[in-house]
Ligand binder design. Structure first.
Ligand code: SF4
Length: 452
C-alpha cells in the first residue's frame, strides 16, 4: 500500500450503516410518528428484528457501544419485562402480522441477562411475528460470560444459528491495556462448544489501533483467529473518541499506534487473512471464499445495515431495547439511549422513541448509491437514476467531488460508471461521502471515526 496517498484521506467519515446517517436524526420525529410509520409495515416482504441488551459485566475501555456495567438480576428482570412490553406495543401499531426472516441480538452483551430471559423475549417475538423456517437467529457473544450450558440453551432452545465473538487481540499486554482479559484458550473452548451446538456460521472480530499493538503481535493474533476457522472475520479500526466516551480516557494516547502504524497493522492482518483464504468483502469484513457472503458479494446481493454487511434482504428492521434503531418504510427511528430513560418511557405506557429522520425521494436515491458502492465497489449511476426517474446529470456535482480520488488512482470513472479500485477499497467511505448530501465535517465537533 502507498501509505502517503492513503494517509491523505485519513479523515472523519460515516461508516454508512444507514443513509441518512444517525447524525441527521432529530427529535422532530417522536412517538406519534413512530406509531404511524409502524402502521405502514406490510406482510408482503419479511422483516428483520433486532434486540438490544445494554449491559456488560465489565467495561472494555475501547468500547463505543451503548452499554453500561450491569450485574443486578432485578434490573435484568425489569429490562426483560419492558422489552416484552415494547414488542407488544409495537405489534399493536402494526396492521398485520409480519413474517420475520432474521433476529439479531446485540449490545452490550445479550447473554448478560441470562439465556432464560433471552428465550422469554424470543417467545414474545414469535407471538407477534411469523418466523420463516430458515430464519437467521444471530447473537453477539462474550466468551468471558458464557458457559457451556448457556450455549446449549441458546442453540437448542432458542434456535441460535449464527454468532459473533469479540476477540480484538489475543496479546496479553494489549488485553490488559484495554481491560478485556480473555485468553486464547477461553475463546478456543467457546468456539468448540458453539460448533458442538451446531453453529455453522461464526464471526470473529479483530480490532487494530489498540495500545501496544505492533506488526508482529497483531499478526500473531490474526493467525490465531484464523486457526479457529471462523466463516467470517471483521477487522475494525479502533476509534479513539474520549470526548464521546469518557472510559476511553483510561487508554493513554501515547500507547496508541499512529496513523501510519494503524495502516501497517491493517495491512498485516489483511495479508494473513488473504493468505488463509478469506476474501475482503468490503470495508472491514472478510469471508471464506465460497461462503454465503462471498457469493452474495460476487452476485451483487450483499447489503449493509446497522449490523454491518449482511446477506439479509429485508428492507424493514424492527428494533427493540435501549438505543435500538428501526428502519421503517418512511424513515429511521431510534429509541432513547440510556437504559433508565428507555425503561421509564415504556413503563409510562408509550413508545420509547427519542429521535429519527424521514426519508425523501432524494435520500432513497442516495442511500441506494451509497449502499451499492459500499457493497459492490462499483456502480452504474445511469442505471440507478433510471430506476428513480432522475436524469443522471443531477449527480454531476457529486461526480466532481470524486476528482481527488480519481487523481490518486483510488477510483476510476468511465462515463457514469464508478469503480473503487482495489487499492482504494479501504477508503470506500470517502467515495460514498461524495454522494452524501449531508456530509459537512466540523473539526470542532467530530461526529465520525477516521477513515483509517
Ligand atoms: S463486551 Fe462488548 S459491548 Fe461490552 S463493554 Fe466490551 S466491547 Fe463494549
Amino acid at each position: 500500500m502507498d501509505s502517503a496517498v492513503l494517509l491523505k484521506y485519513d479523515q472523519r467519515v460515516p461508516r454508512y450503516t444507514s443513509y441518512p446517517t444517525a447524525v441527521q436524526f432529530t427529535d422532530q420525529v417522536g412517538p406519534e410518528q413512530h406509531a404511524q410509520w409502524l402502521g405502514e409495515v406490510g406482510r408482503e416482504e419479511p422483516v428483520s428484528l433486532y434486540v438490544h441488551v445494554p449491559f456488560c459485566e465489565v467495561l472494555c475501555w475501547y468500547c463505543g457501544c451503548n452499554t453500561q456495567v450491569g450485574r443486578h438480576q432485578n434490573t435484568f428482570e425489569n429490562y426483560t419485562d419492558l422489552v416484552c412490553r415494547e414488542i407488544d406495543m409495537a405489534a399493536a401499531h402494526l396492521h398485520t402480522k409480519p413474517r420475520a426472516a432474521a433476529v439479531h441480538w446485540g449490545g452490550g452483551t445479550p447473554s448478560s441477562i441470562g439465556p432464560a430471559r433471552m428465550a422469554r423475549i424470543m417467545a414474545k417475538l414469535r407471538q407477534h411475528f411469523d418466523f420463516l423456517p430458515d430464519a437467521e437467529i444471530a447473537v453477539e457473544m462474550d466468551p468471558r460470560v458464557l458457559s457451556a450450558d448457556d450455549i446449549v440453551t441458546l442453540t437448542r432452545d432458542m434456535g441460535v444459528n449464527r454468532t459473533s465473538i469479540g476477540v480484538q487481540d489475543f496479546d496479553a499486554e494489549v488485553q490488559r491495556a484495554v481491560n478485556r482479559v480473555q485468553p486464547y484458550e477461553l475463546v478456543a473452548e467457546t468456539v468448540k462448544n458453539l460448533r458442538a451446538g451446531g453453529i455453522a456460521d461464526l464471526n470473529l472480530d479483530l480490532m487494530y489501533g489498540l495500545p501496544f499493538q505492533r506488526q508482529d503481535n497483531f499478526g500473531t493474533s490474526a493467525d490465531l483467529a484464523v486457526g479457529l476457522a471462523p466463516e467470517r472475520m471483521t477487522l475494525f479500526g479502533y476509534a479513539h473518541v474520549p470526548w464521546m466516551f469518557s472510559h476511553m480516557k483510561l487508554i493513554k494516547d501515547e500507547d496508541l499506534p499512529n496513523a501510519e502504524e494503524r495502516l501497517t497493522l491493517f495491512d498485516e492482518a489483511l495479508q494473513r487473512l488473504n493468505a488463509a483464504g478469506y476474501i475482503h468483502i468490503g470495508l472491514d469484513h472478510f469471508s471464506k471464499a465460497g461462503s454465503e457472503m462471498a457469493v452474495a458479494q460476487e452476485e451483487g446481493r450483499l447489503h449493509r445495515n446497522f449490523q454491518g454487511y449482511t446477506t439479509d434482504t429485508a428492507k424493514t428492521l424492527l428494533a427493540f431495547g435501549a438505543s435500538a434503531i428501526s428502519t421503517l418504510p418512511s424513515g429511521f427511528i431510534q429509541n432513547k439511549s440510556a437504559a433508565r430513560a428507555y425503561m421509564q418511557a415504556i413503563k409510562d405506557g408509550g413508545l420509547a422513541t427519542a429521535r429519527g429522520v424521514g426519508l425523501s425521494d432524494e435520500d432513497r436515491l442516495r442511500s441506494h448509491i451509497i449502499e451499492r458502492l459500499m457493497c459492490d465497489f462499483q456502480i452504474d449511476l445511469e442505471a440507478i437514476c433510471d430506476q428513480y426517474n432522475v436524469p443522471v446529470r443531477h449527480l454531476a456535482d457529486d461526480m466532481d467531488k470524486l476528482r481527488p480520488l480519481i487523481d490518486d488512482d483510488l477510483v476510476a470513472v468511465d462515463g457514469w460508471r464508478v469503480d473503487v479500485l482495489p487499492r482504494g477499497r479501504m477508503l470506500v467511505r470517502m467515495a460514498c461521502a461524495a454522494f452524501d448530501q449531508y456530509h459537512a465535517p466540523d473539526p470542532e465537533k467530530p461526529a465520525h471515526a477516521r477513515a483509517i
